[in-house]
Design a protein around this ligand. Sequence first.
Ligand code: NDP
Length: 248
Amino acid sequence: MTQFDLSGRVAIVTGASRGIGRAIALRLASAGARVVAGARADHAQAVVDEIENAGGTALAVQLDVTAPASATGIAQAALEHFERIDVLVNNAGIVRDQLLLRMKPEDWDTVIATNLTAAFSCCRAVLRPMVKQRSGRIVNIGSVVGRTGNPGQANYAASKAGLEGFTRSLALEVASRGITANVVAPGMIETDMTAVLGEGAVDALRGRIPMSRFGTPDDVAAAVCFLASDEASYITGQVVSVNGGMHL
Ligand code: NDP
């Protein structure tokens, strides 16, 4: 299989332990990137072992994206081990669903901190080395919900819509330095996040997807890998939807 060549590149992936982040880490590694995989506690170790067993190079980093200094910590670890940072994928994300009238301020704050503020912090932490290199690729994982809204997900939708505006602004700031910033916005993807949905909800959602199926984590990872590649060097400030036509 011909694929994009990321040999020599160093890629940071947040939330790399499971689901979409795990698929992104594996896909970038199989394209030749050295992967710095972040997740809480030792959760990223398994994907790192998987990459290394397949002949790749990776480093597991303990990362709670809501903790102060976590962003500088993972950037520093990448620079110490691999001496450069070429790709940042802000993937770590959570939901805390509740109708707005019942939503607790901490449910709002935690979702914004994890899904939006963490991306700000991680981007800030990698920009200096990327500017020095005059190259870089930033991919933020958004959501179809950032475009459509969703009852019970005001916090989540705000975080993902915010990520889009943030990414466009960043793209404008760094375009002249050879750095691109884009969003990949998945629709419904089979992961732990959607595994909690009941059968009725899954059927209803599937009915809204023209391709009549949930996507796989690798469907999303493929788009991220493309945006991280040289072939995508003239694409910036965009939102790439990976949703089976769910929102057209
Ligand atoms: P999962 O729930 O399967 O995985 C979430 C990942 O985020 C885990 O690796 C988890 O790590 C990590 N994470 C969560 N909180 C933190 C934190 N505070 N610090 C560090 N890491 C953290 O989610 P998905 O794979 O489904 O989602 C990945 C991204 O894709 C998210 O941004 C999500 O919003 C987005 N998305 C998902 C969709 C879907 O249908 N699944 C649809 C649209 C967007 P740990 O192991 O430590 O918990």
